[in-house]
Design a protein around this ligand. Structure first.
Ligand code: ATP
Ligand code: MG
Length: 566
């Protein structure tokens, strides 16, 4: 019941399996019914839409059960982490609409405590310092069907281990020279239980602890303990940690500390994109995209710049729900969510992206007519605006055909169409250049049809948008397409890598003509260009150079698919 609710129509999602577990926990009065979750990113990259799912789940669960949700940075690897990432993560979680109050924590704040935990394991004879190299440790690990080989250092005395571990801390050894390992079972069918490494030596400054430490706990030795220290009741994480759970439970048991309940769910995979931070970082570094916030990226900052709203992403997370098995979500569903939201909110304007000049022969040369246009038919409160009409206009090239097929309802010789909010016009003539291309369309207008209807109830079949040539503002428009040509770019054929599937045509920059109202656009503001799509003012916008990102077109392939399936 927790999967298969990907229909956008279905607003009321049945309670998911994680919430079922939490409700049973509340019924059993465990921990005084407290519900405490956390979102635990590693600050080694920007957050993406998959993280958004985890954020919505962790913060949303806490909200639903009157609990709390912490923001905790799992910053155990100084070599890959940076404050730039910390700052971006804080910004993105906030933007999504969640608040962690004063509960912003860092695994690095617990380094001393985690060190004490390691000492405790050593004292119990459950951890030892090992001199094998990383390669030797990996070779000796065995395979799932073949037991590993015990380290020759496994039986060092507690005192030796305490002293060596202390010397590791004080910086006597070089990177990789020694590690601290748990002493569990080299024959365990679970590879994670085969004496995993707990601490390694890294002589690198940490973005928070500076040069205080040169030994750092492994993620597996920090994550569960950090949850425990924060008294997290439900450690919600993705499926790949299911096999780590016995190890986390072992640590909790041996250390005799508070035991969070770990619950795994399937990570979000989206079609036509990649979601691994490593791969996203690679695309940024190799400049296949223009930074982490490139509007083609699946990052939260990329989606924001593209014109996505927090509401649309939260709604998406709710609709996809949580599943116990890996699945792939059609990106068209995410697009459906933003269309639905922008349809309700976006200011309408008329914009012409592929202009063709129209001259109204019977319109007085210097006359300017003003007509009323509706700002958003979905929201009366957004009111109306004036649009200016003059003798020379632009329409879309696609809205005129000299020799149209039968069911073409737009402008063609002898045909009359309605100009949105303005007048009926009829094409009387076309002017071509030497190449035979149409450069001007001459029309007449009917002054009686101001506002878009005729007193004699004469019908026209088409309505097209337009802008007044002398009033229109020329702007830069960035048209985005999918970043990858393959539905699952992670599924690579031999001899290729995920970048082989990059869409080389994913960004087109054009010029557009937009009605003067657009001058008021502020960075981040969203518009529906009538009949074309949703657009958002880019951060590179200046007063004299307006730049718009196409969020997406109006066509909704998700609902079309849905209809087809019915
Ligand atoms: P990488 O992409 O390198 O595998 P990561 O995405 O796991 O790293 P973290 O910073 O550890 O990066 O993720 C923070 C939290 O977000 C974790 O709890 C993780 O399980 C969750 N998360 C990450 N990716 C997804 C995803 N695609 N869907 C749902 N949750 C995710
Ligand atoms: Mg991770």
């Amino acid at each position: 019941m927790d999967n298969l609710k990907n229909t956008p129509e279905e607003k009321k999602v049945p309670i998911n399996f994680i919430h079922q577990i939490i409700e049973a926990y509340i019924d059993n009065k465990k921990n005084n019914r407290a519900v405490h979750t956390r979102f635990p990113p590693e600050p080694n990259g920007y957050l993406h839409i998959g993280h958004a799912k985890s954020i919505c789940l962790n913060f949303g669960t806490a909200q639903k059960y009157n609990g709390l949700c912490n923001l905790r940075f799992d910053d155990t690897n100084p070599a890959k982490e940076d404050v730039e990432y910390v700052d971006s993560i804080r910004e993105d979680v906030k933007w999504l609409g969640f608040d962690w109050g004063n509960r912003e924590y860092y695994a690095s704040d617990y380094f001393e405590q985690i060190y004490e935990y390691a000492i405790k394991l050593i004292n119990k004879g459950k951890a030892y310092v090992c001199d094998l190299t990383a390669e030797e440790i990996s070779e000796n690990r065995g395979t799932p069907t073949k037991a590993g080989i015990e380290s020759p250092y496994r039986d060092r005395s507690v005192d030796d281990n305490l002293s060596l571990f202390q010397r590791m801390r004080t910086g006597e050894f070089k990177d990789g020279e020694k590690v601290l390992r748990a002493k569990i079972d080299m024959a365990s069918p679970n590879m994670h239980m085969r004496d995993p490494v707990l601490y390694r030596i890294i002589h690198t400054d940490h973005h928070r602890t500076g040069n205080k430490w040169c030994i750092y706990p492994m993620y597996d030795f920090a994550h569960g303990q950090s949850d425990s220290i924060e008294k997290i009741t439900h450690s919600i994480c993705t499926l790949e940690f299911e096999v780590h759970r016995p190890l986390y439970d072992w640590f909790i048991k041996e250390l005799e500390i508070f035991a969070p309940q770990q619950i795994e769910f399937a990570r979000l995979n989206l079609t036509y994109t990649v979601m691994s931070k490593r791969k996203l970082l690679q695309m940024v570094q190799e400049k296949q995209v223009n930074g982490w916030d490139d509007p083609r990226m699946p990052t939260i900052c990329g989606l924001r710049r593209r014109g996505y709203t927090p509401e649309s992403i939260r709604n998406f997370a709710e609709i996809i729900g949580v599943a116990k098995r890996d699945n792939m979500i059609d990106v068209a569903l995410l697009e459906h969510c933003i269309r639905e939201d922008l349809n309700k909110k976006a200011q309408r304007v008329m914009a012409v992206l592929n202009p063709l000049k129209v001259i109204i022969d019977n319109f007085p040369d210097n006359l300017i007519e003003e007509t009323d246009a509706i700002n958003n038919p979905e929201d009366e409160k957004m009111g109306k605006r004036k649009v200016l009409f003059s003798k020379e206009l632009f329409i879309e090239r696609e809205d005129f055909m000299e020799d149209p097929p039968k069911n073409y309802y737009r402008l063609s010789p002898g045909k009359e169409v309605r100009l949105r909010y303005a007048f009926y016009i009829k094409c009387v003539n076309v002017v071509k250049n030497l190449l035979g291309e149409i450069i001007e369309v001459h029309c007449t207008y009917d002054p009686e049809t101001k506002g878009g209807s005729s007193p004699d109830k004469r019908k026209v079949q088409g309505t097209i948008h337009w802008v007044s040539a002398k009033h229109a503002i020329e702007t830069e428009i960035r048209l985005y397409d999918r970043l990858f040509t393959k539905e699952n770019p992670d599924d690579v054929e031999e001899g290729k890598d995920f970048k082989s599937y990059l869409n080389t045509d994913s960004l087109k920059i054009i010029k557009g003509k937009i009605e003067p109202f657009i001058k008021t656009a502020k960075v981040g503001e969203k518009f529906q260009f009538e009949r074309i799509g949703y657009f958002c003012a880019d951060k590179d916008t200046t007063e004299n150079n307006l730049i718009f990102n196409r969020t997406l077109t109006l066509k909704d392939s998700w609902t079309k698919e849905e209809k087809k399936n019915k």
